[in-house]
Ligand binder design. Structure first.
Ligand code: AMP
Length: 556
């Protein structure tokens, strides 16, 4: 029970984003939108929950995400009237005449001179009884000589009528034992958005245009991970995908390089410092299969020396061992075979063309032969952008230093039952991006002020910009005029807050100084003369301004 000393709180791993911090979120999103539109991307919004199958098939049953992190539930079991009718008709003791009329939720037949009307419903509520009453009376009207009886059949436990409600004469309620609910659909809160985008691409035949599609999304994703700084159970991703039929050029290494160059531009425009791009090629699906078998063999004799998590991965998803950050396992992992040595000619050539295009654009990168990423659908190019890790508090991320990740997924559409549609995409962890920007701003501010800074709270660095004006009505009788003035100023495009006539002038000044650049005083004199008193806090200057000139003055 929530109490004042123990009130309800946001669920573990979720959090509220509040002003002024949300101003930074909006700034980040608007810069992302601006960059995406310059590269020809359009926005897609897919549902937050999807059929569980989508992620099981798309992301992969063996991945950490699908095997242990998804929020999955069976969605509302549905009552099946057909099941209940069928069960009632085939009761061993049913003994029904062969001539009977069965309609939607209703069976009607004659027995011993009586017309029996049997209705089927999920429960015996007032509505159901009312419906039975109508059925009975309409048959009784048709043939007044016939005796008509009604029976309402409901699943066991559902026959209790609302209090103070009596069943009309001539109607009985019968409960049937058994389960009359249809098995429901398994749904999952999306743990990532690429599978949803590809599902939408298939569902809406987006490939029919013959062009590749450039789609971006911004929205929450859900994974039941152990919460820590930079890792949440509801987190936001800003992502984009380029996919289309092979003939559209969707497989070209140019697309990979363009996506990576766009990300470099986006991070630069956002002001992220010291980002690093690491990339690798995990080869075609066949290359991967071959390599995974070799990796499994190489892991077999050394498995017992690895940490329990890596021992499990060695069994279920050996590629994930390469991704491990477990310090004690690093030397062993470094000694494992490298995927680069098992790529076929076309994957190798593809990757070298991606690198050549990045060189031509001047985008810096390192090739990390151990980078595989945790989702099953990746083929060929995979990448990650990081900021300097925990050693540098300016990253703001602790050990969660991956800002974004992505890669090619040339077989995903087919895995989801769609046409061939190679593609490449990425997802930026927006929460981590914001933490990084806050930490970097705090580090800059501390450097300017010459004081050491801690990586803890950076909220204060992101004060929302001040409003243009605060209107202070002097006395409650000025409140209405204050609101009317605010309406005029807001319609002229100014940002305005209105005080309250019950405030003393000193309190109004204090409140105004906190939120606005100017205070506009609206007293009796001002109301009569139309000349307002305006104080500008930055300069301390106080002026009398005629109302028509007010907008110009407040913009200063
Ligand atoms: P993924 O979809 O796993 O490739 O992740 C892409 C990016 O999303 C990562 O690089 C992170 O920045 C971010 N991310 C993934 N999981 C979380 C999480 N639980 N909380 C916050 N950000 C996350």
């Amino acid at each position: 029970m929530p109490t004042p000393s123990n009130p309800l709180k946001a669920v573990r791993g979720t959090r509220d984003l509040l002003p002024p911090e949300t101003a930074l979120w909006n700034r980040v999103e608007s810069i992302a939108r601006s960059v995406f539109s310059r590269y020809g991307f359009g926005e897609i919004r897919t549902p937050i929950f999807e059929d569980t199958q989508l992620f099981a098939r798309g992301v992969g049953e063996e991945t950490d995400i699908v095997s242990k992190e998804m929020y999955t539930w069976l969605d509302g079991e549905r009552f099946s009237v057909g099941k209940l009718m069928g069960a009632w008709e085939s009761r061993p003791d049913a003994d029904l005449p062969l001539t009977r009329h069965a309609g939607a939720g209703l069976i009607v037949y004659f027995r011993e001179g009586t017309l029996e009307c049997v209705g089927f419903r999920a429960k015996a509520d007032a509505q159901a009884i009312q419906w039975m009453r109508q059925v009975v009376s309409s048959y009784a009207q048709k043939d007044q000589a016939t005796n008509v009886r009604g029976k309402l059949v409901v699943p066991v436990g559902m026959g209790r009528l609302p209090e103070a409600f009596s069943v009309p004469a001539g109607i009985v309620v019968e409960e049937m034992a058994g389960n009359y609910f249809e098995s429901s659909q398994s749904l999952t809160l999306r743990p990532e958005n690429t599978a949803g985008v590809v599902r939408a691409y298939i569902e809406h035949n987006l490939g029919d245009s013959g062009q590749f599609q450039k789609l971006f999304y911004i929205g929450p994703q859900f994974r039941r991970e152990r919460p820590q700084r930079g890792r949440y159970r509801q987190f936001w991703q800003i992502g984009a995908e380029v996919l289309g039929p092979v003939t559209s050029g969707s497989e070209s290494p140019l697309r990979d390089a363009e996506v990576l160059e766009m990300l470099a531009t986006l991070l630069d425009e956002l002001g992220v410092k010291n980002w690093q791009l690491a990339l690798n090629s995990v080869g075609s699906a066949e290359d991967r299969k071959r390599y995974v078998a070799i990796l499994r063999d190489a892991l077999a004799p050394i498995k017992h020396q690895l940490c329990p998590d890596n021992q499990r991965r060695a069994e279920t998803n050996p590629l994930r061992v390469l991704d491990s950050k477990e310090p004690n396992d690093q030397a062993l992992i470094d000694g494992l075979p490298k995927i680069a040595d098992y790529l076929d000619e076309s994957s190798r050539e593809h990757f070298s063309q991606v690198l050549a295009a990045l060189d031509a654009c001047g985008v810096p990168y390192t090739v990390n032969p151990r980078l595989v990423r945790g989702l099953d659908y990746y083929t060929r190019t995979t990448f990650e952008f990081t900021v300097p890790s925990s050693a540098d508090p300016a990253s703001g991320l602790g050990t969660q230093n991956a800002l974004l990740g992505g890669g090619r997924y040339d077989g995903l559409s087919e895995m989801l039952g769609g046409p061939r549609a190679p593609g490449i995409g990425f997802a930026i962890g927006e929460d981590r991006l914001i933490l990084t920007l806050q930490a970097q701003a705090a580090a800059d501010a501390a450097a300017k002020a010459g004081v050491p800074h801690s990586s803890q709270s950076h909220r204060d660095e992101w004060e929302a910009p001040k409003l243009d004006a605060y209107i202070a009505p002097l006395g409650p009788e000025r409140n209405a005029a204050a609101l009317a003035l605010a309406r005029e100023l807001r319609r002229a495009g100014l940002s305005v807050e209105v005080g309250d006539g019950a405030f003393r002038l000193k309190k109004s000044f204090e409140a105004a100084d906190r939120v606005a650049r100017h205070i506009v005083i609206l007293g009796e004199d001002e109301a009569r003369s139309g000349i307002l008193t305006v104080k500008t806090f930055a300069s301390g200057e106080q002026k009398k301004i005629e109302q028509p000139a007010l907008v110009t003055q407040l913009r200063i």
